[in-house]
Design a binder for this molecule. Sequence first.
Ligand code: GDP
Ligand code: ZN
Length: 319
Amino acid sequence: MVPSQQTSRGTVIRSTGSWYTVRLDNGANIDCRLRGRFRTKGLKATNPVTVGDVVTVDPGEKQDSASIIDIEPRRNYIIRRSVNKSKVSHIIAANIDIAFVVASIVAPRTSTGFIDRFLVTAQAYEIPAAIVFNKTDLYNDPLLEFMNELISTYTRIGYPCFPTSALTGSGMDELREMMKNKTSLFAGHSGVGKSAIINAAEPGLKIKTGDISENHLKGKHTTTFAQMHPLSFGGYIVDTPGIKEFGLIDLDRGELAMFFPEMLNLVKECQYYNCTHVHEPGCAVVAAVDRGDVSSERYRNYLNMLTGRDMQVNPWELK
Ligand code: GDP
Ligand code: ZN
């Protein structure tokens, strides 16, 4: 394809299906259409381009004639099945640098099962993940101690943790530092404080609360557009209102342990190559749990995922 004039590079920050808003590397936004056919390798997708895609834009000769003419390979992407069990997927967002699961020890309490399912999914999507423990202003000493134990378990296996209070601002500088110049995604149960955290990180950024977006979805003729909000300190927040399917990914049960970083290297030492780490003799994972090298809570959540329905049903809410 011959560009009509100098092309530029940018990031798709909004997609309506036929129009795409691209933020160019010089900071300007430009609305584009698609030119040409784009395919995602190994995936049947309803949308060829998604928010987060890094693209080449041909500005065109006339006004409103800009088009996307090329897409850079994606580092990662998250998808949603278009219809139940359909083989066609909708790509929700691409090139996410970090996925935060927002948790709380109280009001509402987030289970470690929920956190671990999120981490497994992020691992499967090849998206670095981190945990935010919000509402620390509400924790008494035993709850703080409990949180600190969780933080030590999760940081040891490579997941950065951020204790925060969106209410008092405690811990927000550290979180902001982590978000700086990255594309971030926030997920977690309704009411844990995703909107409050985002607004504390970037005051004035009006992102809908979970409740509003859920009501919004009940309306018949509403369409929700994925978008990314630029941050004043650099980076973006992916905003995918009402989408709860971060967890809808098909994982092979036999490979589940590969998505637990602390089990990954042990798996090779199991006596049986197809060990599920449940009851097999000579299992290196079970031995590590017995030694205390693998958290028994994480292992229990592994077993729940292996045997439960968690692999299909994941009530995760994205922000
Ligand atoms: P979301 O559904 O995850 O987006 O949660 P919201 O941001 O709407 O917060 C749910 C409720 O928790 C609201 O009433 C907030 O004011 C409150 N909240 C959020 N963060 C904190 C916090 O750090 N401390 C306290 N005490 N309340 C918070
Ligand atoms: Zn094993």
